[in-house]
Design a protein around this ligand. Structure first.
Ligand SMILES: [Zn+2]
Length: 320
């Protein structure tokens, strides 16, 4: 919660902040700057730094997704523009930043350490400020479900905020079945999710490399899992780091709704493709959701109000 600021107001960054790193798929050095933005902007990406070409601006919107194979790629009718958007989106959404411009000087958001934490640290360095406009939520009114092979994703009504129920099943002795369930608020995101890193299997690496992916992947930014052990010298950050990372990806991908969701998102064996399919199915069914606002000048008192469809105050931004 922002001290003294109602949870129902939109937020942005106090000032710009820059991070540098490499793209996990391209391996190229990349600079990313988070800029404050006007209320109502949402999250926008600007792809700059292409010699002889104008900057390209893209709204972080599910309709801008051009690929979901190894990362969530945003683009427009001129083609893909920025890849691996999901972790910075998860960080912004996870700590409650509504409006920001994310400027990237290459084809990919830098992977940093493979988690959302470096972006959370950058946001904290900049600071979060509230704006006068009320925050608008997308309230899910009825369940929307998508099944793709062994993957199943579902959004269900949850007037209290965003809840994730993430399950993975890998035929691997180190992972097997993992489940992570949580009501997502800024504290929870910082404590339980932000540090969970991208993971990959050693057996897949050669395949990825030959396809031109994961050229920047290393022990610095990926939990690398071999037949019977994690190869990173420092081990894992959580015993169930993999499923937590899936939850981070889901939070980033679902933020492409453009407004925070009041919903429970259940994902079994999911990934970017499933997240995008479920969100697209929700948004396509105009009877399945509605915009709602929490009055900016009013604080919630109890569950009776929550039940009326206002968001939980705990879902407000965290700038304390
Ligand atoms: Zn990820």
């Amino acid at each position: 919660m922002i001290r003294g600021v109602p949870a129902g107001r939109q937020t942005t960054l106090r000032e710009p902040v820059t991070v540098t790193g490499v793209g996990v798929h391209s391996g190229s050095p990349t600079t990313l700057t988070l800029h404050p933005a006007e209320a109502g902007t949402g999250i926008a990406f600007v792809r700059c730094g292409t010699a002889g070409a104008p900057d390209r601006e893209l709204k972080a919107d599910y309709r801008s997704v051009t690929a979901t194979e190894f990362a969530t790629v945003l683009g427009d009718r001129n083609g893909p523009a920025i890849s691996t958007t999901e972790h910075v989106l998860a960080a912004l959404h996870g700590v409650g930043v509504d409006n920001a411009v994310v400027e990237v000087d290459g084809p990919e958001v830098p992977i940093m350490d493979g988690s959302a934490e470096p972006f959370v640290a950058a946001i904290d360095q900049a600071g979060i400020v509230s704006q006068s406009a009320p925050r608008r939520f997308i309230q899910v009114l009825k369940p929307v479900r998508v099944a793709k092979g062994e993957s199943v994703g579902e959004l269900r009504p949850n007037s209290r905020g965003l809840r994730v129920e993430t399950e993975i099943q890998f035929d691997h002795p180190l992972i097997g079945r993992q489940v992570f369930v949580a009501d997502v608020d800024p504290d929870l995101f910082r404590r339980e999710l932000a540090r969970a890193r991208t993971f990959g299997f050693m057996r897949d690496v050669a395949k990825l490399w030959s396809a031109g992916y994961a050229l920047g992947a290393s022990f610095e930014n990926t939990v690398v899992i071999a037949d019977n052990r994690v190869l990173n010298a420092e081990g894992t950050r959580f015993a169930d780091e993999c499923v937590r990372h899936k939850a981070v990806d889901a939070i980033g991908d679902l933020s492409l709704a453009g407004s925070p969701l009041l919903a429970t998102y259940k994902s079994v064996r999911g990934g970017h493709k499933l997240n995008h399919a479920v969100l697209s199915a929700l948004m396509a069914d105009r009877s399945a959701w509605a915009y709602v606002e929490m009055p900016a000048t009013r604080r919630l008192r109890g569950h009776a109000e929550l039940a009326q469809g206002f968001a939980s105050a705990a879902y407000g931004p965290d700038v304390s």
